[in-house]
Design a protein around this ligand. Structure first.
Ligand SMILES: [Zn+2]
Length: 469
């Protein structure tokens, strides 16, 4: 079998995955060298689409599978030719250690990554510390996939169900020492970036129910002046002027092919922090799926994704697009199972839309689709959760209980935070074969696993190819 990484890797792996079980990521030297150029080889992809399910591990997928279809592995990505696991640790975290996890199910609760560091790893191929956006641990800017795409003449964009300046979309476009500097990050994206499409929430004049607010909050859109320039059509970044939309019917029209497509677009849906997940009324902790009526004045992720695909695909050179189901993470933090399933179903619908678009627009020979999570949130398990079996020993009831289609499965949450668990990765299309070669580590439960920074390095390499087929 062809080897893509140096022999040094084996020694360093066994050191990193040693019995101590706590290897501070920041102290672990990056000695595993994969030859990404060799892995990608001569393959080309005209378009590259990365879909990130924020806060999704195996059980977030399982919960939605049970609810939507009454059984596991029922999504189109379950039939993708490449299915791997992925480690998500950051430099504020611990190198994922299968041996430690097998000994102690609580190990994954220690020091997980945040979405900023994980997005940065995917977008730049470089691990950083938590809270960073597109910069390394010393705050030096890193080349991201949006910039790499621009460098070879392709377009690029980001879509999210969260404010467009939130950690995940920001990680693919902006550079900032702190994810919390929303106003700076939004300005960076609007004025100084190479992006061609930016779509998300964060609307300053609407609340989480999609209703006009009497106390505008401009932080997520770069302050009041930036907002006025966006609405007034005078804002532009390094690629050119922005067209701006905000109404649901504007998103719907562009998705349906009505009217003239703009060359470049910022779309801010009329909701503040999330499109749906933070809507009020009812009791989100105990309600079932859809019990509180959905906001009707905002688009779905599927619609926003179609708008992005239609605009970016005007570029005959191809594009890079990141699509995030961002609020799945928030539901995990809140331990709201129904909201978690709602958001995952919205993501699954977007996946079906993207696949249908690919099949009508050049097929899998011209398009690469990668679907993964940036970390798990909530440590979602079966009803017993983590339980004590001896004085110093714990076990986990990992499997959700299937209660059938349309019913919430038996479950339990075990944290309000992220975890350091492996998450799944699915890939199909041009250059998808590159990813198994990056899965150089092995987990006894999940099998071969790759890593968020390795995926980033692979995507950057794919995006060095100027001409798609
Ligand atoms: Zn989170």
């Amino acid at each position: 079998m062809k080897s893509y990484f140096s022999s040094l890797a084996c020694a360093s792996c066994s050191f990193l995955l040693g019995a101590c079980g706590i290897v501070s990521a920041d102290s672990a030297s990056d000695t595993v060298t994969i030859d990404y150029k060799a892995i990608v080889g001569s393959c080309e992809s005209k378009n590259t689409i990365l879909m990130i399910c924020d806060g999704c591990g195996y059980n977030q997928i399982a919960a939605a599978d049970f609810y939507e279809n009454g059984s596991l592995h029922t999504q189109p990505y379950d039939l993708f030719p490449v299915i791997l696991s992925l480690s998500t640790w950051s430099l504020s975290s611990y190198v994922y250690d299968p041996e430690a996890v097998s000994k102690d199910p609580k190990w994954v609760l220690k020091g997980p990554t945040d979405s900023g560091a994980s997005a940065t790893a995917f977008a730049t191929g470089t691990k950083t510390t938590n809270g960073k956006i597109g910069v390394d641990k010393n705050n030096s800017s890193l080349l991201n996939l949006t910039e790499q795409a621009a460098q070879i003449g392709k377009s690029a964009g980001v879509v999210s169900t969260m404010p467009f300046s939130h950690a995940t979309p920001a990680g693919f476009v902006a550079h900032n020492a702190s994810r919390n500097n929303y106003e700076e990050i939004a300005k960076n994206m609007v004025y100084d970036s190479k992006a061609d499409v930016i779509i998300g929430a964060g609307h300053p004049l609407y609340d989480n129910d999609g209703k006009p607010t009497t106390s505008p909050q401009y932080n997520y859109v770069g302050g009041e002046d930036t907002w006025n320039q966006l609405v007034g059509g005078t804002a532009k970044n390094k690629e050119g002027s922005w067209t701006f939309i905000e109404r649901k019917n504007s998103f719907d029209s562009l998705a349906d092919g009505l009217g003239k497509l703009p060359k470049r677009l910022i779309g801010v849906a009329q909701a503040y922090y999330t499109l749906q997940e933070e809507r009020s009324n009812g009791n989100a902790g105990t309600d079932t799926v859809g019990q509180v009526p959905f906001n009707t004045t905002v688009p779905e992720l599927s619609t926003m994704s179609t708008v992005a695909l239609r605009i970016l695909s005007q570029d005959t050179a191809g594009f890079f697009l990141m699509i995030e189901g961002g609020a799945i993470d928030g539901a995990g933090h809140s331990n709201f199972i129904a909201r978690n399933i709602e958001e995952k179903m919205d993501f699954n619908k977007a996946v079906r839309t993207v696949i249908a678009w690919i099949e009508k627009n050049g097929g899998w020979e011209n398009n690469l689709l990668v679907i993964t999570g940036d970390h798990e949130t909530g440590y979602l398990t079966g009803p017993q959760g983590i339980y004590q079996v001896a004085a110093d020993s714990f076990a986990v009831d990992y499997d959700l209980v299937n209660n059938g289609k349309g019913k919430i499965p038996g479950y339990s949450w075990n944290t309000g935070n992220h975890t350091n668990q492996l998450v799944p990765l699915f890939a199909k299309g041009s250059c998808a074969d590159a990813f198994p070669a990056t899965a150089i580590n092995h987990d006894p439960v999940r099998g071969s696993y790759t890593d968020n920074a390795a995926v980033g390095k692979t995507l950057l390499q794919i995006l060095t190819k100027k001409n798609g087929k």
